[in-house]
Design a protein around this ligand. Structure first.
Ligand SMILES: Nc1ncnc2c1ncn2[C@@H]1O[C@H](COP(=O)(O)OP(=O)(O)OP(=O)(O)O)[C@@H](O)[C@H]1O
Ligand SMILES: Cc1ncsc1CCO
Ligand SMILES: [Mg+2]
Length: 267
């Protein structure tokens, strides 16, 4: 039985899950505010000395390679170990993984650990799938449709649910897929909203029975809030506070109105 975004948001708000977010320096504050507004309890805990222990008390772990360095990688590995031991979900954000050999190698090793959900822009997912990526640093430069086939392949080979975000988002576990409409063109003009969404995928995964429903729930929450925040915004700056307000104001009833279509799955 699938759990709708509305069901999951009700559960989330009733008991905000603790999510251990190992994210980049750019995203830390933005993502923490997004999480609290949406109804989760984030903790940006990444030191290798405590990350494994902390993961034992968290509902989910999220790891993001945006400002990668060896200490971050050690913290990620420790947190993933902790999540695996506790039987908790963990989410991977492969930021700019197409850009350098270091990122490609680290991300490959992390994918081999079996993430529950991988969330990235189309350029990152194309790179993970071994295809040509037009990504420019952390910015996606490919259309989501171009990455759909690669996303299904990555899902099947890794066992993760793969969420590709952009103008219309795509979520697949390799055998089924949906597209989610909504959001706002001001979202990619607000840096680290994708990173924040990865953290929110962790929050939904903490309360959901299945990873597919969790990813759809988090993306639907962003899609509905983004569309609402755009009303009255005159640019990316005025959009940002409206988006936080909208994340908090979105009700389960409003999430029932998210535009989610089943997508045909071929090879
Ligand atoms: N053109 C667009 N129209 C509507 N929504 C969009 C558009 N582009 C991105 N979004 C939304 O913005 C959110 C972040 O996705 P995006 O693909 O920009 O992440 P990202 O590239 O990883 O971001 P970052 O690295 O800055 O954190 C998602 O909810 C996505 O649906
Ligand atoms: C701008 C930037 N640089 C490294 S991570 C990050 C946040 C968006 O991914
Ligand atoms: Mg990103």
């Amino acid at each position: 039985m699938s759990q709708t975004p509305a069901n999951l948001l009700t559960t989330l708000r009733a008991a905000p899950p603790l999510v251990q977010c190992i994210t980049n320096y750019v995203a830390m504050n933005i993502a923490a505010n997004v999480m609290v507004a949406a109804g989760a309890s984030p903790a940006m805990v990444s030191a290798a000395e405590e990350a494994e222990e902390f993961a034992g008390i968290a509902g989910a772990v999220t790891v993001n390679i945006g400002t990668l360095s060896p200490p971050f990688v050690a913290g990620m590995r420790a947190a993933i170990r902790g999540a695996q031991q506790a039987g908790r979900p963990w989410v991977l954000d492969p930021v700019a993984c197409q850009a350098t050999r270091y990122r490609r190698e680290v991300v490959q090793a992390l994918v081999a650990e079996g993430p529950t959900i991988i969330r990235g822009n189309a350029s990152e997912i194309l790179s993970l799938a071994g295809e040509v990526s037009q990504g420019q640093g952390v910015d996606g430069r490919d259309a989501v449709e171009m990455a759909e086939k690669g996303a299904r392949r990555v899902a099947r080979s890794s066992g993760a649910v793969v969420a590709v975000t952009g103008a219309v988002d795509y979520v697949t576990d390799g055998t089924r897929a949906v597209r989610i409409e909504g959001g706002s063109p001001y979202m990619p003009m607000n840096t680290a909203l994708g990173c924040s969404l990865t953290c929110l995928c962790g929050a939904y995964a903490a309360v959901a029975e299945g990873a597919f429903d969790a990813a759809v729930g988090a993306l639907a929450h962003f899609a509905v809030a983004g569309e609402r925040a755009q009303e009255g915004a005159s640019g990316p700056g005025s959009f940002a506070p409206r988006f936080l307000d909208a994340l908090a104001a979105v009700t389960p009833e409003a999430l029932s109105g998210a535009v989610i279509h089943d997508a045909a799955v071929h090879a």
